[in-house]
Write a protein that binds this ligand. Structure first.
Ligand code: NAP
Length: 287
């Protein structure tokens, strides 16, 4: 693609940004769709998010993704915020509007599309969710709004999971999230669950770590979905598979959160064939 006077710019702000796969997603999409657009990572130092957003606006950047640790902090810099992002309390995508940027959260819709593409449903399901950090909190909200019957939410720090459960239940108006301390997995009613691994345990280079190692827990899991995608197969996924369950990593979630952001920036719809081409390219990075 030739960069010229019409080239539009999108990017990522975060710290660190060196290992991001987002440029691969967006620049591949731009090539596939024939758009004159480039996507670049921007390292933003602590305390400089407002300046970065103001600067991006002044330079007419079409859109930005926001990653760790700025997904909450960036909210104060927005002109407008989408309802879903507001309820989740985290923004990962900014879209240029006349007076500044509108903030969205495409992580959760990305997870939902990723699960749908694997044939996993949330509606009417009994779910075990591990973690109560930023990602798990958003997953709890997603499960609740998509009609999960019950979500047993397990975390090392009980006060954190209690606070998240209370907030999500209040927002959706039903007692769908049940907070528990992780050790209490032995008390989960006997049945087969969809389990979503939303902690940072097991992320490379600590690939042999797992929140629950007991095989008794995995006997209750029919499907395991780990938000982590590095390593390709986490220990959580391996333990699910060893007990006969299906297991998926978080790479498709990353793919679809990017695709939804790209669709918002360019007012287009990315086809499943195009999504698959980008996915294959991302996969090459790991396999
Ligand atoms: P976070 O806010 O830092 O939360 C970390 C969570 O992990 C908390 O629940 C924490 O428990 C738990 N935890 C950390 N160390 C632990 C340990 N040694 N033992 C037990 N629990 C431990 O992180 P986050 O932003 O939610 O991200 C979580 C994971 O999701 C990350 O690995 C991230 O890569 C992944 N993610 C993937 C995507 C994707 O596109 N695929 C998108 C977003 C996030 P306490 O509350 O007790 O501290």
């Amino acid at each position: 693609m030739e960069i010229n006077g019409h080239t539009r710019i999108c990017g990522l702000i975060g710290n660190p940004v060196e290992h991001t796969l987002s440029p691969m997603i967006h620049n591949t999409l731009a090539g596939l769709l024939g758009h004159n657009l480039v996507y670049v990572p921007f390292l933003v130092e602590e305390g400089r998010v407002p300046e970065a957003v103001t600067g991006a606006d002044a330079l007419h950047l079409l859109g930005l993704n926001v990653t760790v640790p700025y997904k909450s902090e960036v909210i104060q810099c927005l002109q407008e915020i989408d309802d879903l992002a507001k309820n989740i309390g985290a923004v990962n995508t900014l879209v240029k509007t006349a007076g500044g940027y509108k903030g969205y959260n495409t992580d959760m819709e990305g997870l939902y599309r990723a699960m749908k593409s694997e044939g996993i449903r949330l509606e009417g399901e009994q779910i075990v969710l591990l973690g109560a950090g930023g990602a798990a909190r958003a997953v709890a909200y997603l499960c609740a709004v998509k009609g999960a019957e019950k979500v047993y939410m397990l975390n090392r720090t009980i006060s954190k999971v209690q606070a998240v459960a209370e907030e999500v239940n209040r927002t959706v108006g039903r007692e769908v999230i049940l907070p528990m301390i992780t050790e209490d997995y032995v008390k989960l009613p006997e049945r087969k669950y969809l389990a979503i691994q939303g902690t940072s345990v097991g992320l490379a280079p600590h690939t042999e770590d797992v929140v629950i190692a007991d095989k008794v827990f995995y006997e209750k899991i029919k499907t395991g979905f780990d938000l982590i995608y590095n390593p390709w197969e986490t220990k959580f996924m391996r333990l699910v598979r060893q007990q006969g369950g299906d297991a998926y990593n978080g790479l498709k979630m990353l793919l679809y959160q990017g695709i939804i952001a790209y669709e918002l920036w360019n007012d287009v719809s990315v086809s499943e064939e195009q999504a698959q081409i980008v996915y294959e390219k991302l996969k090459e990075h790991f396999t």
